[in-house]
Design a protein around this ligand. Structure first.
Ligand code: ZN
Length: 485
């Protein structure tokens, strides 16, 4: 029971069934090009400006481009870079961005655009891709599921881009025993009942970094009368394909956005990722629940050196999110940076971005607190920093915490720096008070001076002790210098 190949939009339709092995190639390229233009594909990845006639130009993503060397011919759907000499069409660009062979890039784009279906279900990969297509079609006929997604703000484009679908539950019952065996191994079908694991749920395909679908996440439809057992969210089981601890949801879709923004935003839910991408925050990914491990983040560090964790404002959100942060920290490379942006209490990232828009969300992430500062801020109230014992206690706590990051000595160093900065400003504050300066000075001046000092100390969180002191000195000197001098 092979899934039929789509024949719409096929310029020379009909020939592929008689000679499937050799005529499929060129037709698929045409089908892809008719569905997706190169400039549309490049939109989330780079900024393109009007160039010569029928041309767009932008900074090339294939070499370190200082000028706009990449020329895109919108009519022909091809690009050429005057810097590195690379040229090609949307498929070559897709192959470059996701590090795929030309053939794999072609099939991958074709699957995503719904113009290519794996004809032979002879392996898990094909059966997973077929399942995603099937689920996507089923969603369009499941009204209340579609309504729920739209009520959460998702539009049809985003639903298609992320391949969101609906699983009825009986998808695998009619397959041949051999195919059922593969559906079983791919984590799609339950062995005893032959029913789908995600029966009655909205499903989100989870892709590997190179775009292959490896498993699914599922969410119950709130308005459904038929209530399947199990939690609100669940995933298909762990399989040889689906290794949850090594995956990040949305990494494939976000890879262009991450390289453009120079950072990745980690949120918690599938819906958050889809909604953020829809509003233009297309560098967002999600950890796969509490299961994300160092391996998942190693992948992310290979595409960016700057990760912002966006935590839900309530206590549970912070605790859950910190598990991901702690998984990411030990693998932080040299020069890497982790910071934490906390959402207002009770507001999810998707709600925030719907209400305030992309630039407000990005600005909120710009204000994210560096990891070491975030961790030390959470400890500082345990100690009385006016006393030498309190200060020694905070430094010791920083060192103990630092020791848990044994594979990331840089985090340990930053924690101790942060603790010392907190101690230094507390010391100044208590000294000022001991000298009874607040009594002879305006209280506001004292508070401002302490505030300024704390800011100077925390503005240079990524330097070593000596560099930090030199920087503080420079900043203090320049602040003291009268204007115009
Ligand atoms: Zn180039």
């Amino acid at each position: 029971m092979n899934a039929p190949l789509p024949t719409q939009n096929t310029p020379s339709g009909g020939t592929e069934r008689s000679a499937p092995r050799y005529s499929k190639g060129p037709n698929l390229v045409d089908r892809i090009k008719s569905k997706l233009s190169l400039d549309k594909y490049l939109e989330p990845i780079m900024e393109l400006k009007k160039g010569g006639k029928g041309e767009l130009v932008g900074k090339c993503n294939m070499h370190d481009d200082k000028t706009a060397s990449l020329h895109v011919n919108t009519e022909l759907g091809v690009y050429h870079c005057k810097g590195c000499g690379e040229s090609g069409n949307v498929i070559q660009m897709h192959a470059f961005i996701h590090n795929l062979s030309y053939e794999d890039a072609k099939k991958d784009l074709g699957r995503q655009l719904g113009v290519y279906t794996d004809k032979v279900l002879d392996n898990g990969e094909a059966i997973l891709a077929r399942a995603a297509n099937l689920y996507a079609g089923q969603l369009q006929r499941k009204e209340n599921a579609l309504e729920y997604l739209k009520s959460r703000g998702l539009n049809q484009d985003t639903i298609e881009r992320f391949g969101i679908g609906f699983c009825w539950g009986r998808e695998y019952m009619d397959l041949t025993p051999k195919q059922q065996d593969m559906a079983l191994q791919a984590g799609l079908m339950k062995e005893d009942s032959k029913k789908s694991w995600l029966a009655g749920r909205i499903v989100f395909p989870v892709r590997e970094k190179n775009g292959r679908i490896v498993g699914f996440g599922g969410r119950l439809v709130p308005s459904d009368n038929y209530v399947p057992t199990g939690p609100k969210y669940m995933n298909t089981p762990e399989t040889a394909y689906f290794k949850k601890s090594e995956l990040l949801y949305g990494l494939y879709e976000a890879s262009g956005g991450i390289s453009r923004a120079g950072r990745a935003i980690v949120v918690e839910g599938y819906m958050d990722v889809a909604m953020l991408h829809q509003t233009g925050v297309n560098n967002a990914v999600a950890a796969m629940g509490a299961q994300a491990t160092e391996n998942a983040f190693k992948l992310l560090w290979s595409v960016t050196k700057n990760i912002v964790f966006c935590l839900d404002g309530d206590k549970a959100g912070v605790t859950g999110g910190m598990r991901s942060v702690m998984a990411a920290a030990p693998t932080m490379p040299d020069g890497g940076m982790i910071s934490i942006a906390t959402m207002p209490a009770g507001v999810d990232p998707d709600e925030y971005v719907i209400e305030h828009g992309q630039s407000a969300f990005d600005a909120h992430c710009d204000q994210a607190v560096p990891l070491a500062k975030y961790l030390m801020d959470s400890k500082v109230n345990d100690f009385d920093l006016a006393s030498p014992e309190g200060r020694a206690g905070l430094i010791k706590a920083a060192q103990e915490l630092g020791a848990t990051f044994n594979s990331a000595p840089i985090v340990a160093e930053q924690l101790e720096e942060e603790a010392r900065a907190l101690c230094a400003s507390a010391l100044v504050e208590s000294t000022l008070r001991r000298m009874e300066l607040p009594a002879v000075l305006d209280q506001r001046d004292v508070e401002m001076a302490i505030g300024l000092l704390q800011k100077l100390v925390s503005d240079v969180p990524r330097q070593t002790g000596r560099e930090r002191i030199a920087a503080i000195r420079r900043q203090t000197l320049s602040a003291r210098r009268p204007a115009g001098a």
